[in-house]
Each structure stands twice: as structure tokens, then as C-alpha cells.
Ligand binder design. Structure first.
Ligand SMILES: Nc1ncnc2c1ncn2[C@@H]1O[C@H](COP(=O)(O)OP(=O)(O)OP(=O)(O)O)[C@@H](O)[C@H]1O
Ligand SMILES: [Mg+2]
Length: 280
């Protein structure tokens, strides 16, 4: 290593790193050779048309579908690990269209997630007296700014806050990297902006976020970097401003955007690429 390299400021800690990650479903290459990284404190966007392979990537990283290639968290190889072990190692996900349990309180919704982190680890914490479950739950709620909502039912919260409870559920138990699959779906422009502000606050604590969303305003506003997937491949990556002007991205995903006159950006339902967004 040269002296000049040593003199450079330390690079942010890489949390997630995938190498050549590939998933095949029968004849379909749902993910091909994907190299993506997410650093601590960074929000990285993953965008692309319907069917591009975004959810498949989250499934592969978190161990819910079979893949080839490598997945590392803080340098620890996890690609052979079970979803459960990856969760305990510090990576968590939300599910596309993941719903809250409407008859459980916010705290109870998070308690369900505590079990998935690992009962053994939790029991050890309780026995040590260091992290009783209530603390683990309130720490996660605090991260999304909803510590006051623990005893409320989801239906008593705004939709934006309900979405944040979904994120908090993934943050339970010392999550370092969270993969959010369309967490803001259904939010209006205003709610989506507030949601984005919370995501930035969460990232500022050092948590790495991979954000999948079709809401281009949200993605362009909050992400430090973006990757664009098309037919299972990364076709572009870089800062939002560069991605927005990339001809390959425009043709695959952004299409001839319907431009929001206020933001001069493509609207949430602007993508007119080969597979326009369908609202479920
Ligand atoms: N379990 C599965 N079995 C077979 N094929 C699948 C499976 N899951 C996804 N696919 C296929 O893999 C490809 C990628 O799908 P994926 O759900 O990852 O896309 P996506 O980018 O998340 O799309 P969307 O924006 O609609 O959520 C699609 O062709 C899809 O039909
Ligand atoms: Mg998806």
C-alpha cells in the first residue's frame, strides 16, 4: 500500500457486498452477475421496471432464494448461511406489500420480529439483564421516531407512520443493513417526503439501507447512490443526478417521463420502459 493511499481518509465501512450474484428461475435469469455494495450510513437505491429482478435480489441477499455468487456482510461471507443466520448477523428485510398485524399494537408487531432475530440470543440478553425485549422494541421504534406509538394499534396511525412501523420491525435487534422492498408504496407525495426524511435519520445512525421503490422523487431525493436493474442485470450505477440523465436508464425505465411540474422530475408513475409499473 502506497503512502498516498494511507494518507487518504478512511473509506466508509462496507456493510453489504455482493459478487456475481445470480439467480435462475427455470429458463429465466432473474439476477445475473450482480455486484452491489452498501456502506454504513448510506442509502443505496435499487430501481428498475417491473420484473427487473429487484425483489429477487433481496431474496438472494437475505437467503430466501437459491443463488450463486457471493454475499458478504462486513466482510463475513454469508452466501451459504440460512436466512435466520443472516438475520442474526445483522441484515434484515421488509417484504413487498408487507402488512402489519392490525389487531396487535405497534410494540406487539415488533415483538413478532424479535422472535425471528433468535430466541436464544434474546434469552441470553434477558438473562444478562442487558437488553430486555421492551428495550429492544423501543430502541427500534426510536430509530423511526415512533417511540410514543408503542401501545397504539396500526389503524390509529397515519399510513406514513404505519410504513415506518414496518421499517422498525426490520430494525429490531441490532440490524446493521436493512433492505426495504417498496416500503413507501401507497404514500402520497407529502407522506413520501416525510418518510424519506426518516430514512435519512436512520442512515445517519450508521445503518446501511438498500431502498427499492418506484417513487422516483423519493429515490432521487434520499439515495446517495443508485443501481438500475433491467432484465436481471445492472445497467447503470452512480449518484442520482447521473442516473437520471443516463440514456440507457431513460430508455429502459424512465421512458419518456411524465414530468412533475413542481419537481421537474419523472412522476411516481412515470416509468414507461418495457414493463410499466402496475399498481397491485
Ligand atoms: N419464485 C419465482 N419463481 C419463478 N420466477 C420468479 C419467481 N420470483 C420472481 N420470478 C421472476 O423473476 C423475474 C424478476 O422478478 P422480481 O419479482 O424480482 O422483479 P421486481 O423487479 O421485484 O418487480 P416489481 O417491480 O414488479 O416488484 C420476473 O421475471 C419474475 O417473473
Ligand atoms: Mg418486486
Amino acid at each position: 500500500m502506497s503512502e498516498s493511499t494511507l494518507a487518504e481518509p478512511a473509506a466508509p465501512t462496507t456493510l453489504l457486498e455482493t459478487g456475481g450474484l445470480s439467480v435462475r428461475y427455470g429458463g429465466v435469469s432473474a439476477n445475473s452477475d450482480i455486484d452491489i455494495s452498501v456502506a454504513a450510513g448510506e442509502i443505496v437505491g435499487l430501481i428498475g421496471p417491473n420484473g427487473a429482478g429487484k425483489t429477487t435480489f433481496v431474496d438472494a441477499v437475505t437467503g430466501f432464494t437459491k443463488s450463486t455468487g457471493t454475499v458478504s456482510l462486513r466482510g463475513e461471507r454469508l452466501d451459504k448461511a440460512s436466512p435466520h443466520r443472516r438475520r442474526r448477523a445483522g441484515m434484515a428485510r421488509t417484504w413487498q406489500a408487507g402488512e402489519l398485524f392490525t389487531d396487535l399494537t405497534v410494540a406487539q408487531n415488533l415483538a413478532v420480529a424479535v422472535q425471528s432475530v433468535g430466541l436464544r440470543a434474546m434469552l441470553a440478553d434477558v438473562v444478562n439483564g442487558s437488553r430486555p425485549p421492551a428495550d429492544v422494541i423501543s430502541a427500534a421504534l426510536e430509530l423511526v421516531g415512533l417511540d410514543d406509538a408503542a401501545d397504539q394499534l396500526p389503524g390509529e396511525l397515519t399510513l406514513g407512520h404505519q410504513k415506518l412501523v414496518g421499517v422498525a420491525r426490520a430494525l429490531v435487534g441490532g440490524t446493521q443493513l436493512v433492505l426495504l422492498d417498496e416500503p413507501a408504496a401507497g404514500l402520497d407525495t407529502h407522506e413520501s417526503r416525510d418518510f424519506g426524511i426518516e430514512l435519512r435519520r436512520i442512515a445517519a445512525t450508521g445503518i446501511g439501507i438498500l431502498l427499492i421503490d418506484h417513487d422516483m422523487s423519493l429515490v432521487l431525493d434520499v439515495c446517495d447512490r443508485l443501481y438500475v436493474l433491467d432484465f436481471g442485470r445492472v445497467i447503470a450505477s452512480g449518484p442520482p443526478a447521473a442516473i437520471q440523465d443516463d440514456p440507457a436508464v431513460i430508455s429502459a425505465y424512465l421512458g419518456s417521463p411524465e414530468v412533475d411540474p413542481d419537481t421537474e422530475r419523472p412522476t411516481a408513475d412515470g416509468p414507461t420502459g418495457h414493463a410499466p409499473k402496475e399498481t397491485p
